[in-house]
Ligand binder design. Structure first.
Ligand code: SDX
Length: 438
């Protein structure tokens, strides 16, 4: 078995087959920061073996320049800027530009980008009819899966993924129209008329207007809610190769159009282990109801025979506090205080966090509050129903999904993603005619 020829100063791992004594040298690739990777692209060719990592706990699926997470230190950066600095100093539109284009915009670049997005916020009038087919009590994420997937049927002039201009237009269309579709979804489920986007409002103001504005009266922009919305969107914008982003990349690797790819990301995000956790946290807090019940639920979360999990706790990558949770917890206090709302769920959540973080089970497994633990309390205070929480996550994450999709398409070596497997089914066997079966 010849080892792949690697340059003499290339760092490598030597893999030895202890049954045959054969060895291969595998190249080590290093990035700007974070763990180096062992390049196993030639492994099967050289050893006849696959790697095996069913939930991708130790597998790098791509190179990316967008986002970096240090799970041990609780660090999250977008294009090198920490989430804390972006949440404090930037805006969601500026973070969208940063993720899409690689650097913070100057004023002229930002003004043009914001205008480009603003002028794509309307959706084709025919899309309104899609909503009529849903029951009013349909889950908002079910509606979003449908209407976002339908966008492919409307924008034929931006489906050529190999045309940079069409890639840019479809990226802008998705970032601009998904908030409109999300607001329409909310309006449809509460039986109120759709509110058309307004070009005189910025991104968060416009989204809140489309959700909470009403035809019979003028809409008052509330700076507290606008700032909180913008911060929440920043915190949910992108997060490396999470389940929904990986879904978008895999769909995009087949050269499916970007609207269809983002619809697949929405479907994946819906799961309660992922973006659906923000809804599950509120439902959990309501089920716990009172501080005195916390010990019972902590025990249930630790009981392997009980499917109950402490929603909003734990993370595949963070083995420290999720930095987004810290920012959200602070924003929680500010929003509830500014709105004069005393939500007992915040008190309950803080007590639950305190008790859990003193419990060996959570400490040993490094289970800390994640982005979903506090977000729902703010969203509830802002007037959103629990069923809309994951839709709001999708509005923000569309920026990350689109940026990751664009980065992948622009890679010179785009190939379809096609994992292999360890087959454990029956060995080959002859067909048995029906009358010969037991
Ligand atoms: C998001 O990937 C991302 O970046 C996602 C996200 C993003 O921005 O895209 O950050 C957004 O999805 C945040 C996560 C939201 N989900 C939840 O809050 C749901 C509750 N969390 C768990 O389901 C779980 O922690 C996951 C899904 C988040 C992570 O699961 P892993 O990495 O597969 O961890 P695991 O299930 O292997 O757990 C390791 C151990 C197990 O116990 P042991 O087998 O070692 O005894 O920790 C336990 C688990 O039972 N555990 C929990 C727990 N989470 C893990 N026990 C109780 N409650 C929990 N929440």
């Amino acid at each position: 078995m010849s080892a792949e020829s690697v340059s003499e100063n290339q760092k490598t791992f030597t893999l030895t087959n202890n049954n045959t004594g054969d060895s291969v040298e595998l190249p080590v690739l290093e990035g700007t920061c974070g763990p180096p990777v062992i390049d196993v692209r030639k492994l099967y060719e050289q050893t006849g073996h696959f790697t095996f990592d069913p939930s991708f706990t130790a597998t790098g699926s791509c190179k990316s320049r967008l986002t970096f997470i240090d799970g041990e230190k609780g660090i999250l950066m977008h294009r090198g800027y920490t989430i804390e600095e972006l949440a404090e100093n930037s805006s969601f539109m500026e973070v969208a530009y940063l993720l899409l284009n690689g650097d913070l915009p100057n004023q002229a670049e930002f003004t043009k980008f914001e205008r480009d997005i603003t002028y794509h916020t309307m959706v084709h009038e025919q899309i309104n009819y899609f909503y009529r087919g849903f029951r009013r009590d349909a889950h908002p994420m079910a509606i979003m899966c449908g209407v976002v997937g339908a966008l492919s049927a409307f924008y034929h002039d931006s489906l050529d993924i190999w045309d940079p201009r069409q890639r840019e237009i479809s990226a802008h269309r998705l970032i601009a129209k998904i908030p409109t579709l999300a607001a329409m979804t909310y309006k449809y489920t509460v039986g109120q008329p759709f509110m058309y986007p307004r070009n005189d409002l910025n991104f968060p103001e416009n989204f809140l207007y489309m959700c909470f504005g009403l035809p019979p009266e003028p809409y008052q922009v509330n700076p507290v809610l606008t700032n909180a919305m913008d911060k929440i969107l920043i915190l949910h914008a992108d997060h490396e190769q999470n389940a929904s982003t990986s879904t978008v990349r895999l769909a995009g690797s087949s050269q499916a159009n970007p609207f269809a790819c983002i619809a697949s990301g929405i479907a994946s995000l819906w799961g309660p282990s992922h973006g659906g956790a923000n809804q599950a946290v509120l439902e959990m807090l309501d089920e716990i109801g009172d501080k005195k019940n916390i010990p019972e639920f902590i025990e249930r979360a630790k009981n392997k025979d009980d499917p109950f999990r402490l929603m909003g706790f734990g993370h595949r990558v963070y083995k420290n506090f999720d930095p987004r949770a810290g920012v959200l917890k602070k924003a929680c206090d500010e929003v509830l205080d500014d709105l004069g709302i005393n939500d007992p769920r915040l008190e309950l959540a803080m007590e639950l966090e305190r008790i859990a973080l003193e419990d060996d089970y959570f400490v040993e497994r490094k289970l800390f509050p994640n982005v979903d633990f506090y977000s729902g309390i703010i969203l509830k205070a802002m007037g959103f129903p629990v069923s809309m929480f994951t839709v709001l996550f999708a509005v923000a994450r569309t920026v990350g999904w689109v940026s990751q999709w664009k980065e992948m398409i622009e890679e010179p070596s785009l190939r379809i993603g096609r994992p292999r497997q360890l087959y454990t089914g029956p060995a080959q066997r002859p067909y048995v005619p029906m009358d010969k079966r037991k």
